[in-house]
Design a protein around this ligand. Structure first.
Ligand SMILES: C[S@@+](CC[C@H](N)C(=O)[O-])C[C@H]1O[C@@H](n2cnc3c(N)ncnc32)[C@H](O)[C@@H]1O
Ligand code: SF4
Length: 468
């Protein structure tokens, strides 16, 4: 299916990379959390256990670091068939008011447990499609959130916008409320790919919203792109990146397409044979990597790229990069509260996820209760492993001492030695470092330290999407 040949004229390095891809293209977590969701406690914490943990972290960190907030706005007007997000498809915009009411009810449940006003350092509107909501309703929501909070002087507010429905009024309203970062879902510009994924999105729309964001004063524009979508070829992805180059977003997320049709039936509208195979998909990634570098982007890690003037790049350079459920971030708060359907909160000592169905969520918060779906309270071992995985993903380096080496079983050590021989890792006298080649396999490297995964028989083909 690729327009350019993939298996001829390969250099020795490409051949080695292909072998590595074959070896490491196994189901692998994305490590937005540790433990990963399938390994959370069988029974979630009760509301009082959860609030106890939240109060503890809040007291430890609000004054010094502030808190992070994630608001999930699940509505979209049409289903993009590849989509793996938690969405509710509707064209009925009267749902906006009731949902905002629920978000504010849930926020007030938390406020009751804070001994002082929360200082909001980081805020992200995700979805679904936040720009499904009218600018007036987004202002209503945010005014309600801010009414009983302080805003950190170095706040970072961001939102996800769909290029087909983000208006100048959305951009201006959110800018006036303190937003300086926007992320647009692009995915791919090829007409056949767009038709197949039910997301027809002309370049002109993307150009308009990008230019508007810059005119209004946004400091960082991100584009989400995906490799591995149905019918993508080296030529089509190359053309997509050439179009991206005309707009030069400050950041690019170049996501590996997660094919999970057992969870997302929309993905059954095409089949495996329409998708680039493991090595073809890897070649698409390599092409992106090469083209982004030529354009001046740096590889931040886990499929993220940034221009040197972007704060994410600077955070990577000075070792302050952090990762949470919202992805890579320059803020390192200890308490992240997720409001809305399916949102996940991270209170340092544990996680809590909300109900995924809009109705279940709304019913719970309307009766004054948290809409608890899943959760986990960390053991000391979890906290230690979480730190190792964050170090590998954010800093590309994990300090090594005898106690860490002693805690690894024989198979884990063998796996690390193999990775060193494959030039994915380097072991110095005090640290384990992820090499340039290893960046693409960082999920596999983290898996070596993921003792819950290694000791479990739970993880099967359908637990995680493939690593590559
Ligand atoms: C909530 S959407 C972005 C905002 C808006 N809804 C839009 O589509 O423009 C979040 C992002 O997740 C990524 N995404 C969704 N489904 C995915 C999948 N199956 N595999 C990889 N990335 C996916 C897409 O890049 C998408 O832009
Ligand atoms: S990709 Fe965005 S717009 Fe499309 S269904 Fe998913 S969340 Fe909605």
């Amino acid at each position: 299916m690729n327009a350019l040949p993939l298996n001829t004229g390969l250099t020795e390095i490409q051949r080695i990379q292909q072998q590595l891809v074959q070896k490491y293209d196994v189901p692998a977590p994305r490590y937005t959390s540790y433990p990963t969701v399938p390994f959370w406690d069988a029974t979630p914490p009760t509301a009082s256990q959860w609030f106890e943990v939240v109060e503890r972290v809040f007291t430890e960190s609000n004054q010094e670091k502030g808190i992070s907030l994630y608001l999930h706005l699940p509505f979209c007007e049409a289903l993009c068939t590849y989509c793996g997000c938690n969405t509710r498809i509707t064209k009925n915009h009267s749902v906006e008011g009731g949902y905002i009411e629920s978000l504010l009810q849930e926020w007030s449940l938390y406020l009751r447990h804070f001994p002082e006003k929360p200082i909001i350092r980081e805020l992200h509107l995700g979805g679904g499609t936040p720009t499904f909501f009218s600018p007036e309703n987004l202002k209503l929501l945010l005014d309600g959130i801010f009414a009983q909070a302080e805003i950190h002087p170095d706040h970072e507010f961001s939102f996800e916008g769909h290029p087909n429905n983000t208006t100048s009024a959305h951009l201006q309203t959110l800018f006036d409320l303190g937003f300086r970062r926007v992320s647009f879902g692009i995915q791919d510009f090829d007409p056949l790919v767009q038709l197949t994924i039910n997301r027809v999105q002309p370049f002109e729309n993307v150009e308009f919203v990008t230019q508007e964001a810059r005119r209004i004063g946004y400091e960082s524009v991100n584009f989400d792109l995906i490799y591995g979508l149905p019918y993508q070829t080296l030529t089509s992805v190359s053309d997509t990146i050439d179009k991206v180059a005309l707009l030069m977003p400050d950041r690019i997320a170049f996501y590996s397409y997660a094919h999970v049709p057992w969870v997302k039936p929309g993905q059954r509208s095409y089949t495996h044979k329409d998708l680039p195979s493991g090595s073809e998909k890897r070649a698409l990634y390599e092409l992106g990597l090469q083209k982004f570098k030529e354009l001046g982007y740096s590889d931040i890690g886990m499929d993220h790229f940034a221009l040197p003037q972007d704060a994410l790049y600077k955070a990577m350079e000075n070792g302050t990069l952090h990762r949470n459920f919202m992805g890579y971030t320059t803020c390192h708060t200890e308490l992240l509260i997720g409001l809305g359907t399916s949102s996940i909160s991270d209170a340092k000592y544990g996680y809590l996820q909300n109900q995924k169905k809009v109705e279940d969520y709304k019913t719970a918060v309307a009766s004054g209760e948290l809409a608890i779906f899943k959760g986990h309270l960390h053991t000391l071992e979890d906290l230690r492993t979480k730190e190792i995985i964050l170090n590998l993903i954010c800093k590309g380096e994990q300090p090594i001492d005898q106690s860490l080496l002693g805690s690894l079983d024989y198979d884990s050590k063998i796996a690390l030695v193999e990775m060193m021989e494959e030039d994915l890792l380097t072991l110095t006298d005090h640290a384990l470092k992820v090499n340039q080649l290893g960046k693409a396999f960082v999920r596999n490297i983290c898996m070596v330290f993921d003792q819950r995964l290694r000791q479990s028989s739970q993880a099967n083909e359908n637990t995680f999407s493939k690593a590559i």
